[in-house]
Write a protein that binds this ligand. Structure first.
Ligand code: PNS
Length: 168
């Protein structure tokens, strides 16, 4: 089980999901709505963007978490482990209590994969912030995510400095 908000999915997330398929026969990407975070994309939109990114991996299923506890969802789909990527110590400090709580609640183990250094600076929140202010995030998210992101922040047809480009 690879859980997260994925608002939106980044190339860092996709690297972890792909690497999880090397370790496990089946991987479920669980997309959670997080009420404490303001989201840019709805859960169904995020599910769609992830699905579009992983069409070459039939062993990956992408589904929304229905709002309950992740461990209950894991039990329902008989997941044997939770997989998370760690970019560094800050991620570890955030993830460790969740891993311990999930194990406390249900016995499920969390497997931590080291984040790919190329994507160490990549998070959904930074991607949104940079894109909102006209920065270039290409190469950090898949192209179809980039297109939706630019559409959402109203920067389609603009160059990086906010001027209309040849198209628009
Ligand atoms: O990408 P995020 O926002 O860091 O993902 C956090 C997420 C969604 C994995 C976490 O908040 C979660 O598991 N939420 C489901 C509700 C739940 O089980 N909460 C208790 C976690 S110990």
């Amino acid at each position: 089980m690879c859980p997260g908000s994925f608002d939106p999915v980044t190339n860092g997330h996709l690297d972890v999901i792909r690497r999880a398929t090397v370790l496990f026969d089946e991987v479920i990407v669980a997309v959670a709505g997080n009420p404490s975070k303001r989201s840019m994309f709805t859960v169904p939109e995020r599910v769609g963007l992830i699905k579009q990114s992983l069409t070459d991996l039939p062993q990956v299923t992408v589904m929304p978490v229905d709002g309950g506890l992740l461990v209950d969802f894991c039990r329902r789909v008989q997941a044997v482990a939770v997989v998370k990527g760690l970019r560094g110590g800050t991620d570890f400090a955030y993830e460790l209590p969740m891993a311990l709580m999930n194990r406390h609640l249900s016995g499920i183990e969390t497997v931590f994969l080291s984040g790919e250094p190329r994507f160490e600076h990549v998070s959904s929140s930074l991607i949104k912030e940079v894109a909102t202010h006209g920065g270039d995030v290409s190469g950090l998210v898949p192209d179809h995510v980039l297109a939706r992101l630019l559409e959402r922040v109203g920067r389609v047809g603009q160059t990086e400095n906010g001027q209309p480009d040849a198209l628009g």
